[in-house]
Design a protein around this ligand. Structure first.
Ligand SMILES: O=C(O)CCC(=O)C(=O)O
Ligand SMILES: [Fe+2]
Length: 334
């Protein structure tokens, strides 16, 4: 099928080529009709992928691959600095969004699974200064942020249309100025003593996530009782649906459970961009998926910041019983 390819499709998670969307204004001699057919085919694949897996990958997405190479270089340089130095950029204790350098789990120095830099834009109230070293980190990270925000806007439109929503509706729902979007540069340590957990199974709370992973692998998605690897595809961005889209679409699109398994003998690096909304945002299923189609809402209305707070409490003070961990189903109407 036009625009869909790649070895990622082996696991069933499709790889979608976005060049049709980017070629729109470059004067390429492709007729409107062919372009529209290709776009329609892509929408169908995205719709299926988001309903079944909550995951797909994109190539020819417009983010320069050289920029991503530089981004991986500078983050690896940063993570190699001594801990004391990195901790001078440590996140503020108790901040709703932990901008700065973080380790996970933060209170078990000999059991770290990963460390990461949490980056916000200056317009966000929780913004903290970027690390001053390595010298190009700020410049490169800001460039990546800008580029991923642009790709995010394209994906937002594709998800909007795949859901059959009126043009631009998701953009309106999900704030427009990216002030609440954030980015993580991650390093996962090699497995130690057979302990392979790098990032525990979870769903992303935000609308959707864009992820660059290096060629080490380890990202997995839960489907039908088994973990499916999201195989690294050269130059590809992994896209996954988050809780906000799951709620807005009244469960039409799925916020997939995923995790990271740590590699043997080497570290793994990733860059993740989270398309998100203000903590004040009130979230509930859209009328297009409820009253307009005669279906009952599957969630009650909640404030996004309250949900983030409940989730964070579960990380800082993990409950004894896994079933007490807060998921978005906390707001489900049964
Ligand atoms: O690093 C990765 O591959 C996944 C990161 C992730 O799932 C997250 O930060 O929510
Ligand atoms: Fe995630």
């Amino acid at each position: 099928m036009a625009g869909i390819s790649g070895s990622g499709a082996v696991s069933g998670i499709p790889v979608v080529d976005l060049s049709t969307f980017l070629a729109e204004n470059d004067g390429a001699a492709v007729g409107d009709e062919i372009r529209n057919q290709k776009k329609k085919a892509i929408m169908e694949v995205v719709k299926e992928a988001c309903s079944v897996y909550g995951f797909f990958q994109i190539v020819n997405h417009g983010v320069p691959l050289q920029l991503m190479d530089r981004a991986f270089q500078v983050s690896a340089q940063f993570f190699d600095f001594p801990l004391d130095e990195k901790l001078t950029f440590g996140s503020r204790p108790g901040a709703t969004l932990p901008a700065g350098y973080n380790r996970h789990p933060f209170d078990c120095p000999d059991k770290h699974k990963n460390d990461y830099l949490f980056l916000l834009r200056p317009s966000n109230p929780f913004f903290v200064a970027y690390p001053a070293k390595p010298p190009h980190l700020r410049e490169v990270a800001e460039e990546v942020f800008t580029s991923l925000i642009e790709t995010g806007s394209l994906i937002e439109g594709i998800i909007n249309d795949s859901l059959g929503l009126p043009c631009g509706l998701l953009k309106q729902e999900l704030d427009s100025d990216s002030s609440w979007d954030f980015m993580l540069a991650h390093r996962y340590f090699p497995e130690i003593d057979g302990v392979t957990n790098g990032l525990t199974a979870h769903e992303d709370s935000n609308a959707f996530t864009l992820l660059f992973q290096d060629d080490v692998g380890g990202l997995e998605v839960w489907r039908n009782g088994e973990w499916i690897p999201v195989t690294p595809e050269p130059g590809a961005i992994v896209v996954n649906v988050g809780d906000l889209i799951q709620v807005l679409s009244n469960n039409k699109f799925k916020s997939a459970t995923h995790r990271v398994v740590r590699p043997k003998g080497k570290s793994r690096y990733s860059y993740t961009y989270f398309h998100s909304v203000s903590v004040e945002k009130l979230v509930e299923p859209l009328p297009q998926f409820t009253e307009e189609v005669g279906e009952l809402p599957k969630y009650r209305k909640f404030r996004f910041g309250e949900y983030l707070h409940l989730k964070k409490m579960g990380v800082v003070h993990p409950p004894e019983r896994p079933e007490d961990i807060i998921h978005v189903t906390h707001y489900s109407i049964n």
